[in-house]
Design a protein around this ligand. Structure first.
Ligand SMILES: Nc1ncnc2c1ncn2[C@@H]1O[C@H](COP(=O)(O)OP(=O)(O)OP(=O)(O)O)[C@@H](O)[C@H]1O
Length: 214
């Protein structure tokens, strides 16, 4: 089964960003998308993660077409199976770290993994309001929150932007271990070619096409 299968996607804002691009993602697989600023990487990620409807083409998740599935099914998939790690964290601002994690745990009926909090070095921030944390700490709380719900699909946009190199590597290790443990898949958008090279496949968005480079 494909976790994700996108076929012949095209999208235009002020200009055509890409046309006729296709991408598949298997269980346990990681795919990186690189490309210059403005080439449409984040737009593509938004389409793959069901946040944005493509002008043309289709996205299938677990072999089900997103554009024809019921609203209820799409909502379930978004709630339980899609994990978004974007630069803007969308944490609940008046809440502590722990409360943010508890919301995810309750909604998805999953347990908070304390060893994950230790590895992300946020186990000592649990009682603090997230607004009192540094950008890098907030980013790690948002990563912990996403992984708490145990999604099968991770969509990750520049996940290590706020982090020093050692922490960034540890975060990527956590993602890769997660993919193996839960048979999940990850689409990673990044400018960092070193980071991209750790993925199973690397594509470049260039001249409106998605070209496999690694
Ligand atoms: N909602 C929107 N409405 C109109 N134009 C948009 C919208 N979102 C993105 N764009 C435009 O589409 C183009 C591609 O943006 P996108 O964020 O997908 O590129 P990117 O490759 O991710 O860039 P970066 O690497 O700088 O994050 C840009 O010109 C941007 O202004």
């Amino acid at each position: 089964m494909n976790l994700l299968s996108a076929k012949n996607l095209s999208h235009t804002f002020d200009y055509e960003l890409f046309s006729n691009i296709s991408l598949d993602l298997q269980e346990g697989e990681s795919v990186a998308i690189i490309g210059v600023s403005g080439s449409g990487k984040s737009t593509l990620l938004n389409i793959l993660s069901t946040l944005l409807k493509p002008d043309r083409g289709s996205v299938e998740i677990f072999d089900e077409n997103v554009s024809t599935m019921s609203k209820k099914r799409l909502w379930e998939i978004k709630r339980d199976e899609i994990g978004l790690v974007f630069q803007s964290h969308y944490l609940f601002k008046g809440f502590t770290s722990l409360e943010n994690l508890e919301v995810a745990a309750i909604l998805s009926k999953q347990e908070i993994d304390e060893s994950l909090l230790k590895r992300l070095h946020i186990d000592n921030t649990l009682e603090q309001k997230v607004t009192e944390l540094s950008g890098g700490q907030q980013q790690r709380v948002s990563i912990a929150r996403v992984l708490t719900k145990k999604p099968r699909l991770l969509f990750v946009d520049e996940p290590t932007g706020n982090l020093d190199k050692t922490t960034a590597n540890e975060v990527m290790n956590i993602f890769f271990e997660y993919l193996q443990k839960y048979n999940a898949g990850m689409v990673l958008v990044t400018h960092d070619e070193e980071l991209a090279a750790r993925c199973d496949k690397v594509y470049k968005l260039l001249n409106k096409e998605l070209e496999r480079v690694n």
